[in-house]
Design a protein around this ligand. Structure first.
Ligand SMILES: *[C@@H]1O[C@H](CO)[C@@H](O)[C@H](O)[C@H]1NC(C)=O
Length: 353
């Protein structure tokens, strides 16, 4: 049975029977699948056009300096959020990326070593101590990473960092040839489910109630980064620039050396967009990998205005490009639909001077 919109009512009623899902998860999932089915064909056409058309680069130069005395005021508006929903499978491990690696720091006395998450907490702790502020750390976990992460979080209950956690959505994998949710066919263990990529951070942050709580505390921006990227530190010049210019969204890009993993920024139909390798048709993959054509890569360090998130999620206006991820699990071909947080950049061309 093909993946067509005719299958949608059946899929809907199957999902209604999955008691593990919340109302928000059900509507989010159905929304994602129907968008996927509707745009299945236009997507590949768009991509073809894209490769025929010329691509342009967007440069960002940040030149502001930050006065030390205003630092605390800036930081009081900030929340740091780490994307901690993924397992370190590409690093050869089935535990959360944030707790995958223990680093032994030279000169550090602990014989246990430190995990990425420990180091992230220490980074924020130092920031708070240095400037007398209270930047909270938020971890977006998935059902795969929640338990292991909680053990580390508990170590820091008495630290100078308020650590908040919430789970991202849990969606059912879809059996590819029948187009039904796998758990409805009896696959009720963890493998029947998946976290739908980090694009889910925006609705999940809001549905957790954390977004409203931070807004009521006067927070304005969230700095989002991958939990396995220790280079993702708070850059005050960017924060100042965004507040001054009332920018809603900023992505830290970098000039590509050889890596295509985070996706690349493209200019298409007059809009800046994120293009991930999974969205590229096979015949164009080499072109995508050639850094001649695509020069700026997404670091996935994102700065987003909290009110903008609320407004866009409430209006259901964050229609991020869908990344289909077909897999074979226990010899069953399944499909999981994902989105990337960087894809929310659509239409926001920010040209720094
Ligand atoms: C997050 O997921 C874990 C693992 O499935 C679960 O034990 C925990 O209760 C969830 N937390 C919330 C706030 O729903």
């Amino acid at each position: 049975m093909a993946a067509t919109t005719e299958n949608l009512p059946r899929l809907k009623s199957a999902v209604d029977g999955l008691t593990e899902m919340s109302e928000n998860e059900r509507s989010g999932f159905i929304n994602l699948v129907s968008r996927y089915l509707r745009f299945l064909y236009s997507l590949s056409i768009n991509l073809l056009l894209l490769f025929l058309s010329d691509t342009r680069m967007v440069f960002m130069f940040i030149t502001n300096d930050v006065d030390v005395s205003e630092t605390k005021n800036l930081l009081d508006k900030l929340v740091v959020l780490k994307l901690n929903g993924g397992l370190g499978t590409t690093m050869g491990c089935t535990c959360p990326k944030g707790v995958t690696f223990k680093l032994k720091l030279v000169g550090y006395r602990s014989s246990d070593g430190l995990t990425f998450l420990d180091l992230i907490v220490i980074q924020i702790e130092n920031l708070n101590n240095k400037y007398g502020c209270k930047v909270p750390l938020v971890l977006m976990n998935s059902f795969n990473t929640h338990d292991d992460t909680q053990k580390i979080v508990e170590k820091y209950t008495n630290s100078n960092v308020d650590i908040h956690t919430f789970n991202q959505s849990k969606y059912p994998r879809v059996v590819a040839d029948e187009f039904v949710p796998w758990p409805s066919k009896g696959k009720t263990d963890k493998d029947g489910w998946y976290p739908p990529g980090h694009g889910d951070v925006f609705p999940s942050l809001m549905n957790s109630g954390k977004l409203d709580a931070f807004l009521s505390q006067g927070k304005e921006y969230v700095f989002v980064a991958n939990s396995d990227n220790l280079g993702a530190i708070v850059d005050l010049t960017i924060l100042k620039h965004l507040i001054q210019n009332k920018n809603e969204y900023c992505m830290e890009g970098c000039l590509a050396l050889a890596d295509v993993k985070g996706g690349t920024l493209i200019s298409y139909e007059g809009k800046v967009q994120l293009l991930e390798i999974a969205q590229v048709p096979d015949e164009h993959v080499n072109e995508f990998k050639s850094i001649e054509k695509f020069k700026i890569f997404n670091t996935n360090n994102l700065w987003v205005n909290l009110k903008a998130i609320k407004k866009l999620v409430e209006a259901d206006a964050l229609k991020m490009e869908i990344i289909p991820n077909p897999k074979e699990v226990d010899e069953v071909k399944v499909l999981q639909l994902e989105t990337a947080a960087g894809a929310a950049i659509v239409g926001k061309i920010i040209q720094y001077r």
